[in-house]
Design a protein around this ligand. Sequence first.
Ligand SMILES: NC(=O)c1ccc[n+]([C@@H]2O[C@H](COP(=O)([O-])OP(=O)(O)OC[C@H]3O[C@@H](n4cnc5c(N)ncnc54)[C@H](OP(=O)(O)O)[C@@H]3O)[C@@H](O)[C@H]2O)c1
Length: 287
Amino acid sequence: MPTIAVTGATGELGKIVVERLLKDHPGIKVVAGARDSDKAAPLAAMAAVVRELDYDRPETLAPALQGVDKLLLISGNAVGQRVPQHKAVIEAAKAAGVGLIAYTSVLRAGETSLAIAAEHKATEAVLAEAGVPYVLLRNGWYCENYVFRLTAALEHGALAHCAGDGRISAATRADFAQGAVAVLTSAEDQSGKVYELAGSTSFTMAELAADLSRQSGKSVPAINLSPEDYSKALIEAGLPDFIAGLLAKSDLGASEGGLFDDSRTLETLIGRPTTSMSDVIAAALGK
Ligand SMILES: NC(=O)c1ccc[n+]([C@@H]2O[C@H](COP(=O)([O-])OP(=O)(O)OC[C@H]3O[C@@H](n4cnc5c(N)ncnc54)[C@H](OP(=O)(O)O)[C@@H]3O)[C@@H](O)[C@H]2O)c1
């Protein structure tokens, strides 16, 4: 049985991966890498081996990766600092003799116009140069990204966006996590594989607004703004400039097709269609 380590194990995606590994694959030793061990107490209670693993503290990396056969490197959330952070983990994993690194990248990292892709593309290049066995889990957008927008839309009576008619193949974190577990526990050699992962179905923002209206019983039209106006509206609503800019750029990327994928690769990995956005809306509305 291999030892599998997960970085960012206390994050939203990481904790689901750790839980699934423990639940569905008893016998596998699961190392939960966390920068804050206290936050990982619930994972330790489930029998994960919690080790301190902080991308910014190189002294934590070698001990955290000792004896690890496979590593899920979950991309960090410190936008702008991620390439050196990821590089430190990749170099430590190579030195520790880790047999496979699975990295959570972004959909079509190589060619996408999505603004946040640059650090993922650079991390993929680091992996290629490092000469370690690796597999790319290129994740599309989370359905959960839209839940807070729907809450705001219900409050304001409209769903503002700048994604135009772009189709979005979002999937839930739980489904992406299950895909990652399938790759990490596969008996097949995963080295060199690239998975473009996204939802089985897709929606436009207009369709999302129509579904929200139908399910909530309130009329919530979609309003397509220019990226500048959308960003301005988010700042006026209280979001920090940087976050407003990122959200507007994500919608812009969606308008250019950057969040659409109909390969059904994630569906094939997990052996069932992914949870639909419609079901996510229903759950968010408590239905
Ligand atoms: N596909 C999408 O729609 C989407 C959306 C947002 C983000 N992402 C990317 O996917 C990743 C996982 O998503 P998520 O929802 O799980 O995000 P998340 O909940 O923000 O989790 C990020 C994890 O990274 C950890 N982390 C941050 N800095 C670290 C450091 N210096 N050393 C070690 N760990 C560090 C955090 O630790 P703490 O628990 O201690 O905070 C957290 O566990 C994100 O980090 C981001 O790169 C994807």
